[in-house]
Design a protein around this ligand. Structure first.
Ligand SMILES: C[N+](C)(C)CCCC[C@H](N)C(=O)O
Ligand SMILES: O=C(O)CCC(=O)C(=O)O
Ligand SMILES: [Fe+2]
Length: 413
């Protein structure tokens, strides 16, 4: 198993990439087989033994025959009212080949044995094929350090407009998707208004901390967050199998000094690491790391465990989608042998160096009325130590529902 891990670390090819670009492609298998051009069709289309090859606007697609039959959108195969497949995939002959294939009006038309006809537009194929996906990114983002973020001058949404106007919500969601943080100003400094503003966006994710929580430095829970101590940059709930997608904070009151919030774009730092040391990036993307939340107080008993790499990338395009980085809650490393452990610590050190560069730190003082939404899969938060009474409320949101809301506005998410 360790051998396999080492091999995969050594073999997986990664390209360093521009901050907005998708990751470098890599091929997982080689393709072989004889080809024959489809009768009466342009050379852009070739029926090979194992797959159909189609060139469309510079994208060369290799389309598997079972895949083509499975993705037929005819009425008998697909319910376009519910957007659900009707076809029983297991009924497809795994050695299926079309009897005829033609191109008509920008569509690929296949007739299968038995006479069933499937039609696919070239643009649909280009967008949905593996080759098309490799060239595209799931989530366009602007990665930032403090200068980039500040110079972008992103306006905060305003409570009144935000609550009533869909365009304001759409702009807010777009900013959130692109930068991983977004603000709503002029929110009444109450738990109820904080709840209302978050529910305008999505569903609240209830956790052991409650639904909408409101906390001070009273050590009511067995966690440093409930103190006046400073907290280094981190992502929350790294000890969940699926860390919470969004964190909302609203400072309802602070009578004292300090307590500023630190924000760091984890993807900016990770992409720097990918450019400087692809090997270290790969290591952090492969070694499974455990995080634990163990709480044993008079009122609360919890033991939560989450296991996953620090950096999580989509395997088909190497695009980052999730960082788990919490040195407080990181638990025993015992999933790799000692030599990999040492390399992991070196890689972690390099990432930490990037995350700690002062120019990557965005410091904001949360004040009553200003609600911040943080992408907890990307942007780290921390806080300065403070004095006096400081009351912070907020909640976690379910990521799926936030992204769904964004997609329903036509945003890419
Ligand atoms: C936000 N709230 C105060 C409710 C919970 C804090 C959770 C703290 C935990 N160490 C973590 O990083 O997940
Ligand atoms: O007190 C703060 O500003 C944030 C503390 C923290 O990291 C958290 O509650 O998750
Ligand atoms: Fe936190």
């Amino acid at each position: 198993m360790f051998g396999a891990l080492k091999r995969s670390l050594g073999l997986a090819a990664t390209r360093s990439q521009g901050l907005l670009a998708a990751g470098g492609g890599r091929r997982w298998w080689s393709l072989a087989g004889q080809s024959r051009a489809c009768a009466g069709t342009p050379a852009a289309l070739q029926l090979r033994d194992e797959f159909l090859e189609l060139n469309h606007e510079g994208v060369s697609m290799c389309l598997n025959y079972v895949w083509l039959r499975d993705h037929c959108s005819s009425d008998s195969s697909y319910n376009s009212t519910t957007n659900q497949r009707k076809l029983d995939t297991s009924s497809i002959d795994l050695s299926i080949r079309p009897d005829t294939c033609t191109v008509q009006d920008g569509h690929l038309v296949l007739t299968w044995p038995g006479g069933h006809v499937s039609k696919y537009s070239h643009s649909w194929l280009a967008e949905n094929s593996y080759e098309g996906k490799q060239k595209s990114i799931v989530q366009p983002r602007v990665l930032w350090n403090s200068d980039i973020y500040e110079n972008a001058n992103i306006p905060s949404a305003k409570w009144e407009t935000f609550m009533s106007c869909n365009d304001e919500l759409k702009n807010f969601l777009q900013n959130y998707l692109v930068y991983g943080i977004a603000f709503v100003d002029d929110v009444p400094a109450t738990v109820e208004a904080t709840e209302a503003v978050t529910q305008r966006v999505s569903l609240i994710r209830e956790t052991t901390y409650g639904r909408v929580w409101s906390f001070t430095s009273d050590f009511s829970r067995g966690d440093t967050a409930y103190s006046q101590l400073s907290l280094d940059r981190h992502t929350d709930t790294s000890y969940f199998q699926e860390p919470c997608g969004i964190q909302v904070f609203h400072c309802l009151k602070h009578e004292g000094t300090g307590g500023r919030t630190l924000l760091v774009d984890g993807f900016y730092a990770a992409e720097k690491l990918r450019q400087q040391s692809p090997e270290n990036f790969k290591l952090l993307a492969h070694v499974p790391i455990k995080h634990d939340y163990i709480e044993n107080t008079a009122n609360h008993q919890n033991h939560m465990t989450g296991i996953g790499p620090v950096l999580n990338v989509y395997p088909w395009n190497n695009e980052l989608y999730l960082i788990r980085y919490n040195n407080y809650d990181r638990s025993v490393i015992n999933t790799v042998p000692h030599d990999i452990v040492h390399r992991w610590y070196m890689a972690h050190r390099d990432l930490t160096t990037e995350l700690r560069r002062p120019e990557n730190e965005l410091w904001v003082k949360l004040t009553p009325g200003k609600v911040i939404f943080i992408d907890n899969w990307r942007v780290m938060h921390g806080r300065e130590s403070f004095t006096g009474l400081r009351q912070l409320c907020g909640c976690y949101l379910t990521r799926d529902d936030v992204l769904s809301a964004a997609r329903c506005f036509g945003l890419q998410a």
